[in-house]
Each structure stands twice: as structure tokens, then as C-alpha cells.
Design a protein around this ligand. Structure first.
Ligand code: NI
Ligand code: MN
Length: 225
């Protein structure tokens, strides 16, 4: 089966197999590198790593406009319920949710999570089973040694790592993370959106792993069994 993977800048990706259309960490409004606007996004599902605005700000409007199911931390789902969006699937690190497209597992991330001053639960990474492929989206995180274990357990095909430094790993640490996760393909994210997270992407050079640099707006086909 063929999967289209689209990158929208920062940590926002979209997976589409023609039937299911999963949006990850929607951030279009106020995203200086996004090529499209939130109102033009279509999706059937949304997965959120944590509540910071650069991962979550457009979730509510897009979820409502598309009647999309949102997978997120318990506290984020609580917030969305209060805003009148009922289609939420809450989770927390360690848990897996069976979905129409495969599954979503929440993994740990070392970071914080808040939105408009409100606590938004544990920040997470996501292990996404989508149409036969397994993708790891690290969310915003530092390096942690359990990444090796996550790689062994889930054996992802593709992994996305934040490399912008300051709020997350920088490129050198992210390269170590990519080696620990061990997915054959690694995609850098969360960099060059603003001056504070400007880095040279060439410094993200994990050993024996293919680095796929996507520009905002880029789409590519992944093949899965
Ligand atoms: Ni964050
Ligand atoms: Mn962030």
C-alpha cells in the first residue's frame, strides 16, 4: 500500500493512504514556513504530541471543521471537550489505541506541555502504525536512553526527530537519538522555523541511517507491506 507523507513545517506532518488522513501536530496559523492555511487542511484524524502552540494551536479549528478524531494526552482531550469537540481519544505514555488505520502508541518525551497557561498533561512521542508502516514522531524531547528500547520494541520504518536545539535536542544529540531508535530513515523537524531554532541541517548525520530532509510543502510516497 502506498502512503503519502507531507511535511508542513515545524513538527507538522500528514499521512494519507487514500482512505485515512492523519494530521500530526497541526501548526499553520502563525507558522512562518507553512505553505497552506489551516482552513484548507482536510483530515480524518489528528494526533498531538503535546499542548505547546507550535504543535496544537490549529487543532481545535481543524478538528471541528473536519469532524476529525483527535488522539492526545488526557488533559488535551479534556480541553477540547470543553471547547465543544467531542471526538477525542485520550491516552498517556505507555498506552496504545487501536485505530481504523492501525494504532497510536504514546511514548515518553522529556519536555513540558501547556497551552495558554494551562497544564496540558505529559508531553509525548508517538509511535504510529499507519497502513502497515510504523512511524516514530519524537515530539519535542531531549535525548533519553530508552529510545533504544523503543526502537527494539516498535521497529519503526521512519522516524522524525526535533533538531532545532534550545527547546529540544540539537542536531548532534538528535543523530544519537536516530541511531538509538534505529529506523532506517530519519527526518529532521522542529528547526529553522524561527531564528531561535536555526541550525545547519547537515549537522544531523546519524551513522548508517538515511536522512531525508523535507522542506515545508514537500510530499513523498512511502511504501509499506
Ligand atoms: Ni514544545
Ligand atoms: Mn515545539
Amino acid at each position: 500500500m502506498s502512503i503519502t507523507l507531507t511535511f508542513h513545517g515545524q513538527s507538522c506532518f500528514q499521512l494519507n493512504d487514500g482512505t485515512h488522513n492523519l494530521l500530526i501536530d497541526p501548526f499553520f496559523t502563525d507558522n512562518p514556513v507553512a505553505k497552506i492555511e489551516a482552513k484548507d487542511v482536510t483530515c480524518s484524524h489528528i494526533a498531538i504530541t503535546h499542548g505547546h502552540f507550535d504543535h496544537f494551536a490549529d487543532c481545535e479549528s481543524i478538528a471541528k471543521a473536519n469532524d476529525a478524531t483527535v488522539f492526545a494526552a488526557y488533559e488535551i482531550c479534556d480541553y477540547l471537550h470543553e471547547q465543544g469537540h467531542e471526538k477525542c481519544e485520550p491516552g498517556n505514555p505507555g498506552g496504545r489505541i487501536e485505530t481504523l488505520f492501525g494504532g497510536i502508541s504514546f511514548t515518553q518525551a522529556f519536555h513540558s506541555s501547556s497551552f495558554k497557561g494551562r497544564y496540558m498533561g505529559m508531553p509525548c512521542g508517538l509511535m504510529i502504525e499507519f497502513a502497515g508502516a510504523v512511524l516514530y514522531h519524537a515530539g519535542d524531547t531531549s535525548l533519553f536512553s530508552d529510545m533504544e528500547l523503543l526502537g527494539q520494541i516498535y521497529t519503526p520504518d521512519v522516524a522524525m526527530f526535533p533538531i532545532g536545539d534550545r527547546f529540544t535536542m540539537g542536531p548532534e544529540m538528535a543523530a544519537v537519538a536516530a541511531e538509538m531508535i534505529g529506523a532506517p530513515t530519519a527526518i529532521p523537524m522542529h528547526y529553522n522555523t524561527w531564528p531561535a531554532i536555526e541550525v545547519d541541517v547537515k549537522q544531523f548525520a546519524p551513522k548508517d541511517i538515511e536522512v531525508l530532509v523535507m522542506e515545508p510543502g514537500d510530499a513523498l510516497e512511502l511504501s509499506a507491506e
